[in-house]
Design a binder for this molecule. Structure first.
Ligand SMILES: [Zn+2]
Length: 274
């Protein structure tokens, strides 16, 4: 049994065949899928998918590159969506210094991230974090800023959320950044680029991360793993990422699938929904 803890199934790329996509995922052994929103509208769409499919769960929030309509009024609506029983996390939230370069806009991203973190604390649900550096660097200001914000937030957490505060989704940073996130009890999300030919450094980093802290995610429709690189990605491909992690960790695919699914169950607490 596999899990895809990050797929944007409401995007237009899936408009024509969403039911086939979900069917193929189930056929491929994907037991549960997590669909994170990127603003108010897509958060609502994620919930709609979760309401119509037993194996789909939702997260709600404003993605750092989708802040155009962020307002107190819209954030209040996000706060109400969180009450939905199939909303099991806050996300996708975080920092993106790749697309956003103006210092004021970056400051705005950091400011808008804070109420999301506060909300997660209030409702006791983990966060799904996006982190992207300028020029897709391994390390830079975005990592520094995000780790500082998370360390600050973590200090006030208690109970279950302190032990499992969230996941650094589609991790593309250094081993040091991963270790700092692990020290704050965060999970690390692994996506398709780990399968790419020239990704040796990425594989070396993943080899040094504890399997008990990894999640496997497609980020569909983006980041299709080899041999589908450049094509539309879908949750059924999550097994290709599991295969690569298995190779890197010298384990069987079954063991990787079982451990990462248990990790997702622990973080999101969604086992109660069969
Ligand atoms: Zn995403």
């Amino acid at each position: 049994m596999l899990t895809d803890t990050h797929c944007h199934l409401y995007l237009e790329q899936f408009a024509g065949d969403i039911n086939d996509v979900i069917w193929r995922a189930t056929e491929a052994g994907v037991a549960k899928m997590l669909v994170p929103g990127m603003d108010l509208e897509t958060s609502r769409e994620a919930i709609r998918l979760a309401e119509t499919h037993a194996n789909i769960f939702a997260a709600v929030g404003y993605h750092p590159t989708d802040m155009q309509r962020f307002s107190q009024e819209n954030f209040d609506k996000i706060c109400r969506l969180v009450e939905h029983p199939k909303v099991i996390a806050i996300g996708e939230i975080g920092l993106d210094y790749y697309w956003i370069k103006e210092p004021e806009k970056r400051m705005e991203q950091r400011q808008n991230l804070l109420p999301h973190l506060e909300l997660a604390k209030q409702v006791n649900k983990p966060v799904i974090l996006h982190l992207r550096e300028e020029n897709d660097a391994w390390f830079g200001a975005a990592s520094v800023d995000l780790l500082n914000i998370l360390a600050d937030w973590q200090k006030d957490l208690s109970g279950a959320l302190a032990d499992k505060p969230g996941v650094l989704h589609s991790f593309n940073g250094t081993l040091e950044t991963a270790q700092k996130a692990l020290a704050l009890n965060f999970y690390i999300g692994i996506t398709g680029p780990i399968t790419y030919k020239k990704a040796d450094r990425k594989r070396e980093i993943v080899a040094q991360l504890p399997l008990e802290k990894l999640l496997i995610e497609t980020d569909s429709p983006f980041l299709a793993p080899a041999p589908f690189r450049g094509k539309r990605n879908e949750p059924a491909n999550v097994g290709l990422i599991a295969d690569k992690i298995a190779e890197v960790h010298r384990m069987t695919r079954e063991a990787v699938a079982q451990i990462t699914t248990a990790n997702a169950n622990r973080l999101f607490g969604w086992e109660a929904y069969a």
